[in-house]
Design a protein around this ligand. Structure first.
Ligand code: FAD
Ligand code: 2HG
Ligand code: ZN
Length: 475
């Protein structure tokens, strides 16, 4: 695009959203740099529409000029999917001005919300009316509903409530041609042909822009109790999970595992947090029970589970939170691991899923393979064990240059881990998505038939390849 054309294009954008909401100057790193600080792109402009109509007109203006758009919510994604490339030719479409909760329908147990609403704001709004919006992740103070849907985010409550996909009953979106699709039905049953919402969920901004959604709410449980237990091995953690399913049934709402090295990073970088136990047992678990009867009932169930598990030997030690602030503190330990990892330095992330029963063998074998090939590499194992989703991360050897480690060893380490994931019939992305960071890996690990179908969908919905063209697919 030549400079006069560029000026014309920018003035068209300004006339749609207002000049203060087309950013081209100054420090744009909040929109151009990804959360993990892996890539600093360069935007043609950051455009901040206020409503769906403005989104549609911005998309029309971009498509007419074949200008690429990168939709962005809270920019907390883990796979460099929400920031522009370095070309200076992509528009970042930031949805954060669209935050309205349009309707809370108590009888239908649904809430309709705009894409830029921050997850925590929605949780709090539902709670105020006595409902639970169960999606929960450490980035909830800044990630948005649009981003959660576009990545099909998981988090810590999936074991009971499912991923974001399971929480979504309807969508409103803008197509790559700039048309508005209104699908905010709130229906639990609707078999009128293809279910379009499922195409947009998890599409990482590559098919269109999500502008609003109708989501499920649940009655707020009477009691939610948290326990923290140490276990001697991952096998013991899996055994405890099985016992928890039996004892608690649908009352089990969270089950997270944390390796001792991951916890040591929390101790090191957040010394104000009181991490239970001495730090000698290889793994700890945080689990949560929700109960619609009473706190006493919930406590009874949880204590019976832990007594059985202590007797059985799969749990070595355990504490149950006495009150909400203790429960929050225990969850905070788990949620601080990604932040502690970031403080420790750049790191390699593998967000994988494998059948729960096979995770202990996977970790034993893969740890050994990496230790042999990359001496000193530090394995940071933790994650959503209840869903078979492990964050199998790798930190550079202590005291070494993390940038050099990533440059030289990320590829061979990825190769080891993903070959193992294939051997175990797992997935190379359980919840973070593909973004730009893993698109070459997707091409290697997805079947050609599946990739062909995905490309056909992309071609049909976004024929000019203007919607987040660098994400998911290799050029
Ligand atoms: P962004 O990062 O802005 O965007 C993510 C992707 O969605 C991009 O491809 C973008 O183009 C697209 N997108 C954003 N908004 C829209 C829209 N309105 N329409 C179309 N496309 C759009 N993820 C989990 O799944 N589980 C976790 O437990 C978890 N924990 C995290 C903890 C921390 C500390 C951090 C930093 C991140 C964590 N994440 C987790 C990753 C991240 O928070 C989620 O992927 C989240 O859903 C991204 O939301 P966002 O608004 O920040 O999206
Ligand atoms: C979590 O579960 C997030 O905390 C982040 O998905 C995982 O940083 C990671 O690898
Ligand atoms: Zn996670």
């Amino acid at each position: 695009m030549t400079v006069p054309d560029k000026e014309l294009f920018l003035s068209a954008l300004r006339s749609i959203v207002g000049a203060p909401h087309v950013l081209t100057e100054g420090d744009l790193s909040a929109w151009e740099l990804d959360w993990r600080k892996r890539e600093h792109g360069k935007a043609l402009a950051v455009v901040r529409p206020a409503n769906t109509d403005e989104v549609a007109r911005v998309v029309q203006a971009c498509t007419a000029e074949r200008i690429s758009l990168v939709p962005q919510g809270g920019n907390t994604g883990m796979v460099v999917g929400s920031t522009p490339d370095a070309s200076g030719t992509q528009v970042v479409l930031s949805l954060t001005r669209m935050q309205r909760i349009r309707k809370l329908d108590a009888a239908n147990l649904t809430v309709t919300v705009e894409a830029g609403c921050v997850l925590q704001t929605l949780q709090e709004a539902c709670e105020k009316e006595g409902f639970l919006f169960p999606l929960s992740l450490a980035a909830e103070g800044s990630c948005t509903i649009g981003g959660n849907l576009a990545t099909n985010a998981g988090g810590t409550q999936v074991v009971r409530y499912g991923n974001t996909r399971e929480l979504c009953l309807g969508l409103e979106g803008v197509t790559a041609q700039g048309e508005v699709w209104s699908g905010l039905t709130g229906l639990r049953k609707d078999n009128t042909g293809y279910d379009l919402r499922h195409l947009f969920i998890g599409s990482e901004g590559t098919l269109g822009v999500i502008t609003a959604a109708t989501l499920k709410m649940y009655p707020m449980p009477k009691s939610m109790l948290t326990a923290y237990a140490s276990v001697s091995s991952l096998d013991a953690a899996v055994e405890l999970l099985g016992m928890a399913h039996k004892h608690l049934s649908a009352g089990l709402t969270g089950f997270e595992v944390m390796g001792q090295f991951a916890l040591s990073l929390v101790r090191k970088h957040f010394p104000q947090q009181r991490v239970p136990f001495a730090g000698e047992d290889p793994f700890c678990v945080v689990l949560e029970v929700s109960d619609h009867d009473s706190e006493a009932h919930a406590r009874g169930l949880l204590e019976a589970l832990l007594e059985d598990a202590l007797q059985d030997g799969c749990v070595l030690d355990a504490v149950v939170a006495e009150n909400l602030s203790q429960a929050r503190a225990l969850w905070h330990i788990r949620e601080s691991i990604p932040l502690a990892q970031a403080q420790e330095g750049l790191n390699i992330k593998h967000d994988i899923s494998i059948a729960v029963s096979r995770i202990p063998d996977f970790v034993r074998e893969t740890d050994a393979a990496i230790a042999a090939a990359h001496p000193g590499a530090r394995m940071v194992n933790y994650g959503h064990l209840g869903d078979g989703n492990l964050h199998y991360n790798v930190q550079a050897p202590e005291g070494t240059d993390a940038e050099a480690f990533l440059r030289e060893q990320e590829k061979p380490i990825n190769t080891i881990v993903y070959a193992q994931v294939d051997r175990y019939n797992g997935s190379i992305s359980a919840e973070h998505g593909i973004g730009t960071l893993k698109r070459h890996k997707l091409a290697e690990h997805k079947s050609p038939v599946a990739l062909g179908l995905m490309r056909a969908i992309k071609q049909a919905l976004d024929p000019h390849n203007t919607m987040n063209p660098s994400a998911i697919f290799l050029p």
